[in-house]
Design a protein around this ligand. Structure first.
Ligand code: ZN
Length: 241
């Protein structure tokens, strides 16, 4: 089984379409979404529509939760807050209902899915390194856990008692080893590379591929400015920060 892994799309329809086109060329059986479908970007409704249609499994991100519930905006900075208030008004009742139905965690074929951390899904903690990752492995039973939230790719393996980071773009997965995988962000990468990030996970071959896809970030930026959203949210797309 080959899975397309997409996280933190953030209403960036240009980036999402580029990722889907790239993944379709390579082929996949299931599309998995790790949440933060909306927030920051200018096309929340269209993005929710594409996720509903093209993805098999999706979990809820903190921005999806914040579109539904003001109390979830407690850690948001001014840009995120302005964008999510705008997003809420843009989404139809049906689109909001779709976000409301998303579970915090899910699993498919021995793969665990959660937006931020399996240890405390509603706490939205950032897993940024091997130390943070080391606390997570006891919180899921499956061999592989997929996460998002930081917008920075990270692959951590646990073999026996040894924990370490694995480097891409291709990672060979060994059967006796457990993995915590973040493929980065489709719609707002923050690792210094502005290209959309996503993953292809081949469970039969035991291979994870971390892919980067160029897309029209200038257009996504223009749409953000035209929507009256904070200029910074458009600018950062050009630099991937
Ligand atoms: Zn996010």
């Amino acid at each position: 089984m080959r899975c397309l892994i997409a996280s933190d799309i953030h209403s960036n329809v240009e980036a999402l379409e580029a990722v889907l086109a790239d993944a379709r060329l390579r082929g996949f059986d299931h599309a998995l979404c790790l949440g933060d479908i909306v927030g920051y970007g200018a096309d929340p409704g269209v993005t929710v529509g594409i996720v509903r249609e093209s993805f098999d499994v999706s979990v809820r991100g903190n921005h999806d939760a914040a579109a539904l519930n003001e109390a979830e905006r407690f850690r948001f900075n001014e840009y995120a807050r302005a964008a999510i208030e705008w997003t809420r008004d843009e989404l139809s009742g049906e689109e909001l209902k779709f976000l409301e139905k998303l579970p915090l965690t899910d699993q498919i074929d021995g793969v665990h899915l959660v937006h931020a951390s399996p240890e405390d899904p509603p706490g939205w903690h950032y897993v940024t390194d091997t130390l943070e990752a080391s606390y997570q492995f006891e919180a899921f039973e499956e061999q592989i856990c997929l996460i998002g939230h930081t917008h920075v790719p990270l692959v951590v393996s646990l073999e026996g008692g040894t924990i370490r980071t694995e480097s891409g773009p291709k990672v060979r997965l060994r059967p006796s080893v457990r993995y915590l995988i973040n493929v980065g962000s489709v719609g707002q990468p923050r690792d210094g590379d502005p290209d959309a990030a996503y993953g292809l996970l081949d469970l039969d071959a035991g291979v994870l591929e971390l892919r980067r896809v160029p897309y029209n970030a200038k257009r996504a930026r223009r749409r953000i400015l035209r929507a009256g959203l904070p200029e910074f949210l458009g600018e950062r797309l050009l630099d991937g920060v």
